[in-house]
Write a protein that binds this ligand. Structure first.
Ligand code: BF8
Ligand code: SF4
Length: 634
C-alpha cells in the first residue's frame, strides 16, 4: 500500500488507506458508487427548468429532439450553463459583499475585532476607484471605498467602479462593442437567471453572450473581494510554511479552518494565540495548532504562513488522521459528508454562517460585530473535543513539505522594483521578449474525483516549467502545487529550464530568499486570480496591446465547482486560452461546444481547450504561447 492510485499526495494516500481500515467512506468511495454517471447530465442535455419536465434529449439521436416545450439541445445546454455561471458569480458576490460590508462597519466603529491592516493598499484601492484621498482620515477613506464598492452591486447608472479597476481600457472597449459590458453585479445575475425561465430566451447564442457579460461582472467582484481583504488583513508577502496532512500535530489541539472567507479565520487565529495555555493545561504540549483547508487555507498561508493541510478532495482526510479537534467551516466547497466523517472520530464540525448551515454540525453564529466572542466559543469547543480524542485512532503522516506562499501582485512588483525601480514591469517583459521566460500559465481551480488527485497539476506544471514557462497558481491548484513541493527553491533547481532557472535565481537574489524563487508562484485563494489579471494588464498596457496578444494562458485541469467554471469563462472573455482537464457538461450541443472552443476566439481572443491528458495539455498550452509570441514578433 505504498502508493494509492486515487491521489499523488503521499499523505493523502496514507489516509485513504487508513480510511479503509477505519471503515470510513471517502469521496472516492462515493464516486465509485455513483458509476456510471448519467449521460444526459454529462452532456448537459437534462432540463429540469419547469415541472412539465424533466426532459432529456438523447445525445445519440434516439427519441425526442426537443423538450416538451420545444427547447432544443442547444437551448437546454446554453441555459444550464448560464444557470451554473449565475451560481458561481453569486458565490463570489456574497463573498465580496460580506467583506465590503465589514469594511463599512469598521469605518463606523461597529467591528471592533477588525482594523485597517494595510493603509497603503487602502489608498491604492481608493485611487483605482477614483476616490480622492487628500486630507482625509483613513477611516473616512475606508467608508468611501466601502460605499463605492457596495454601490457596485446594485448600480443602475454611472460608472461600475470595480469593472473599471480590473479591466484594461482596450478590453472594456471590446466588450462594449459587443454589447456585453455589465453595469453592475447583482442585476447581471438576476438577468441571467430570468433569461432561463421556461418560455424565456431561446436563442442559444444570446444566452452565451449573457454568460460572457456575467463573466465580466464576476471578475470585477472577485477583484473587490481580494483587494478589500488585503486592506483589512494585510497584503500577502512571501513567507515559508508547510503543506499536506503532516502539518497536523499529535501533541496539539488541531483546529482546521475550512471554507473561503477570511473574516472568520483571521479572528480565530488571533484568539487561539491567546488561548495556548488553556490547551497546554489539557496536556496538549504544543498548544493549539491552526491549519488550513481549501481557500481559507490559502488565505491564511498567504498572509500568515499558516500551514495548509488539504485542498478540496483531501478535506475529509484531515479528520481521518484522528487528530483534528475541530473542523471549522464558513462557506463554499465544504462537503456535506464532513459531518459523517467526523462522527467516526472525536472531531467537532462547527458551522459559522447563518446562511450556510451544515446539517449535523454545531452552529456558532459568527458576526463581525461580535467576532472575538464567536471565535472564543469556537476554540473552546475544540478544547472540549480534545478531551475526547482517542489516541489509538491517531495516525498523522510524517512527510512535511515546505512551501513558499505570499506572491501577491504587490509582492511580485516589489521584487521587480529591486531590478528596476522606475519601471518594475520592464525586467519581466525583457525576460519574456528574450525568451528566458517563454510565457506564463496560471493554474487555478479545484480537485475532482474524475482526475487522480493533484496529478494533472504536478504533471503539467513540471512539463511547462521545463520549457521555461513561469507558473502561477491559486485555489486548490495552489494547494496541490504546495503539497507536491513545487513551491520551493529546490523545485526550480530540479525542474526549471535553464532560462527560467536563471531568471528565478536573479529574482531570488533580489528578494533576498535563500535560493531561487519557486517556479510556481502561489498567488492565493480562488478569488485572488485577479492578482494575476492585474499583473497581466500591466504587461499588456506597457506593450500597448490587449491581453489577447500576451503569451499567457490559464489552466484548470481538475476543476469542478460553478465558481471555477465562471472563472475559466472570464479568463477566456478577457482574451486568454483556458485549458480544462475535465469534460464540461456542454457536449450535447455542437453550437455551444463550438462557440466555447473555437468561435469565441475570433470574437474575444480567448477560448476553452478541453484536454484530459496532462502532457498533451501542456503541449497545447505551449503551442498557444508560441502562437502568441509570433504575433508579438518575439
Ligand atoms: O474557491 S478551487 S474546490 S476551494 S472552487 Fe473550491 Fe475549487 Fe477549491 Fe476555493 Ni475555488
Ligand atoms: Fe422540458 Fe422545456 Fe420544461 Fe425544460 S423548460 S423541463 S425542456 S418543458
Amino acid at each position: 500500500q505504498a502508493s494509492h492510485p486515487k491521489s499523488v499526495d503521499i499523505t493523502a494516500q496514507q489516509m485513504i488507506f487508513k480510511a479503509e481500515l477505519d471503515k470510513v467512506e471517502t469521496v472516492w468511495d462515493r464516486h465509485a458508487a455513483m458509476q456510471p454517471q448519467c449521460g444526459f447530465g454529462e452532456t448537459g442535455l437534462c432540463c429540469r427548468v419547469c415541472w412539465k419536465g424533466p426532459c432529456r434529449i438523447d445525445p445519440l439521436g434516439n427519441g425526442p429532439k426537443v423538450g416538451i416545450c420545444g427547447a432544443t439541445a442547444d437551448v437546454i445546454v446554453a441555459r444550464n450553463l448560464l444557470r451554473s455561471f449565475c451560481v458561481g458569480a453569486s458565490a463570489h458576490t456574497e463573498h465580496a459583499r460580506h467583506i465590503a460590508h465589514t469594511l463599512y462597519e469598521l469605518s463606523q466603529n461597529n467591528a471592533p475585532a477588525y482594523s485597517i491592516k494595510d493603509e497603503a493598499k487602502l489608498i491604492d484601492v481608493a485611487k483605482r476607484l477614483k476616490i480622492s484621498t487628500e486630507d482625509k482620515e483613513i477611516l473616512d477613506i475606508a467608508k468611501e471605498v466601502a460605499e463605492v464598492s457596495m454601490a457596485d452591486f446594485g448600480k443602475h447608472h454611472g460608472e461600475f467602479a470595480w469593472l473599471n479597476a480590473v479591466l484594461n481600457p482596450l478590453r472594456k472597449e471590446k466588450l462594449a462593442s459587443l454589447g456585453i459590458l455589465p453595469h453592475n453585479l447583482d442585476s447581471v445575475v438576476v438577468n441571467g437567471l430570468s433569461r432561463t425561465h421556461v418560455g424565456s430566451e431561446s436563442d442559444p447564442m444570446n444566452l452565451l453572450l449573457a454568460a460572457a457579460r456575467l463573466a465580466a461582472a464576476d471578475v470585477s467582484v472577485m477583484a473587490m473581494g481580494t483587494e478589500l481583504s488585503d486592506v483589512l488583513f494585510g497584503t500577502p508577502m512571501p513567507s515559508l510554511t508547510t503543506a499536506n496532512l503532516s502539518v497536523l500535530k499529535k501533541d496539539a489541539v488541531n483546529i482546521a479552518l475550512h471554507g473561503h472567507n477570511p473574516l472568520l479565520c483571521e479572528i480565530v487565529c488571533d484568539v487561539a494565540a491567546t488561548m495556548q495555555e488553556e490547551a497546554k493545561k489539557l496536556g496538549a504540549k504544543e498548544g493549539i495548532n491552526i491549519v488550513g483547508v481549501c481557500c481559507t487555507g490559502n488565505e491564511m498561508m498567504m498572509r500568515h504562513g499558516v500551514p495548509l493541510a488539504a485542498n478540496y478532495l483531501s478535506q475529509e482526510l484531515t479528520m481521518i488522521t484522528g487528530a483534528v479537534e475541530a473542523m471549522v467551516v464558513d462557506t463554499q466547497c465544504i462537503m456535506p459528508a464532513v459531518v459523517e466523517t467526523a462522527s467516526h472520530y472525536h472531531t467537532q464540525v462547527i458551522s459559522t454562517m447563518d446562511d450556510n448551515k451544515i446539517f449535523g454540525a454545531t452552529h456558532v453564529s459568527f458576526h463581525p460585530e461580535s467576532a472575538v466572542e464567536g471565535a472564543k466559543q469556537i476554540v473552546r469547543l475544540a478544547l472540549e473535543a480534545y478531551k475526547r480524542r482517542n489516541p489509538d485512532k491517531v495516525d498523522i503522516p510524517n512527510h512535511v513539505q515546505q512551501a513558499m506562499g505570499g506572491f501577491s501582485y504587490e509582492a511580485i512588483t516589489a521584487v521587480l522594483k529591486k531590478l528596476d525601480n522606475e519601471n518594475p514591469i520592464k525586467p519581466l517583459i525583457d525576460q519574456i521578449a528574450g525568451g528566458n521566460i517563454q510565457g506564463v500559465v496560471l493554474f487555478g481551480g479545484c480537485s475532482n474525483t474524475k482526475v487522480v488527485h493533484d496529478f494533472n497539476y504536478v504533471t503539467m506544471s513540471r512539463e511547462l516549467i521545463k520549457r521555461n514557462v513561469l507558473v502561477l497558481a491559486t485555489g486548490c491548484a495552489a494547494g496541490a502545487l504546495a503539497k507536491s513541493g513545487m513551491q520551493t527553491s529546490q523545485a526550480t533547481l530540479d525542474y526549471a529550464g535553464d532560462g527560467l532557472k536563471a531568471v528565478l535565481a536573479a529574482l531570488g537574489d533580489a528578494a533576498g530568499t535563500a535560493g531561487p524563487l519557486p517556479p510556481v508562484l502561489n498567488m492565493g485563494s480562488c478569488v485572488d486570480n485577479t492578482r494575476a489579471v492585474r499583473l497581466a494588464n500591466d504587461i499588456a498596457m506597457t506593450l500597448g496591446v490587449d491581453l489577447d496578444m500576451l503569451p499567457v494562458c490559464v489552466s484548470a485541469p481538475e476543476l469542478m465547482s460553478e465558481k471555477a467554471q465562471i472563472i475559466g469563462t472570464w479568463a477566456a472573455v478577457i482574451g486568454l486560452p483556458v485549458h480544462i482537464g475535465v469534460v464540461p457538461h456542454v457536449t450535447g450541443s455542437s453550437l455551444v461546444t463550438k462557440f466555447l472552443t473555437q468561435d469565441m476566439e475570433e470574437v474575444l481572443g480567448g477560448k476553452f481547450i478541453v484536454e484530459l491528458d496532462p502532457i498533451e495539455a501542456a503541449n497545447k498550452l505551449y503551442g498557444e504561447i508560441q502562437k502568441r509570441r509570433q504575433k508579438l514578433g518575439i
